[in-house]
Write a protein that binds this ligand. Structure first.
Ligand code: ZN
Length: 302
């Protein structure tokens, strides 16, 4: 069995009770909800509840989670992006009069997934980089600043409550999941950290694990990925393809194998160059090679 470093206490969220979920008061009528692996948020307005996303792992308990803190009806659902792990339980909601809001590109992705009836199409979409909505007295700012995760992905800012939601941007107190959280465009991912820090917020909801973050956590992730980039860049500059291929006895006619052993060697060298992050992040060993591979290819190609 593969062994991993033990998870430090600071990187763990609350224990999940038998109900299967934990609701966290994020202040001013905003709440986070998680089952440990995936999280999202909902917010009370004057008349109802606005929910961001419908993760299938929370599908059965989402309404119970909302009802545990308010009796107001669910009036609005915002899709942060189209990925099914965050939106695939929308079919479980009562959609009479429910407004489903998303970027136009998110609507297009859902349309393309035509075998999936779990994700009803949004009925309110916008194109372009910016949309402001007044939802029953609460101002929501929806920004599409680049495809840092997936085309159409949103920053959802609620300025009066100092709350930012950026689903699949990073994991609080943990390194990013596989390949920088499956980023569609790595340079945009790096830029997204700076963009997030321009918002006025105290709490950020990022979509995975059981913890919610602060601007400091965004800065931590930015510093961490900058270290990935620095290490990968140095490794790319020092690990020679021909040398590695010769040492590994790759047959001269197998160019694919040459490339593979070279990048594996780049990643291994970059991992050695990485400073220790164990005091600031938990599980630094788990996705290190995946993230270094992604950053190294991006440095090489982008
Ligand atoms: Zn996603």
């Amino acid at each position: 069995m593969t062994t991993f470093k033990p998870m430090p206490e600071f990187a763990l969220g609350p224990d999940i009770p038998e109900s299967g979920f934990v609701v966290t008061d994020l202040g001013e009528g905003a709440y986070g909800v998680t089952q440990g692996m995936i999280n999202t948020m909902f917010l009370e307005t004057k008349k109802g509840v606005v929910l961001v996303d419908t993760p299938p792992v929370l599908g059965d308990v989402l309404l119970a989670a909302i009802e545990s803190v308010t009796s107001k009806p669910l009036t609005h659902l915002i899709y942060s992006h189209s990925h099914a792990d965050h939106t695939g339980a929308a079919h479980l909601l009562n959609r009479d009069g429910l407004q489903i809001i998303a970027h136009e590109l998110t609507g297009q992705f859902i349309k393309e997934a035509h075998n999936d009836n779990r994700r009803p199409l949004p009925n309110v979409t916008f194109s372009g980089p910016h949309k402001e909505l007044d939802i029953d007295g609460t101002r929501f700012v929806l920004d599409y600043t680049g495809d840092w995760h997936q085309a159409g992905n949103l920053f959802i800012h609620v300025p009066e409550r100092k709350l930012l939601t950026a689903i699949d941007s990073f994991s609080v107190k943990n390194p990013p999941f596989f390949r920088l959280v499956f980023s569609a465009h790595v340079p945009a991912y790096f830029e997204a950290m700076n963009q997030m820090l321009e918002y006025d917020f105290e709490t950020i909801v990022t979509g995975h694990m059981a913890l919610y973050g602060t601007p400091e956590d965004v800065a931590t992730n930015r510093d961490y990925i900058n270290d990935l980039r620095k290490s990968a860049g140095e490794a790319l500059g020092t690990v020679d393809l021909k040398e590695v291929a010769t040492a590994a006895k790759v047959p001269a006619d197998n160019k694919q194998a040459e490339l593979k052993v070279w990048m594996d060697a780049v990643v291994a060298r970059a991992a050695e160059l990485m400073p220790s992050w164990d005091k600031r992040l938990g599980g630094t060993d788990v996705f290190l090679a995946d993230n270094l591979n992604t950053v190294a290819w991006s440095l090489f190609l982008d």
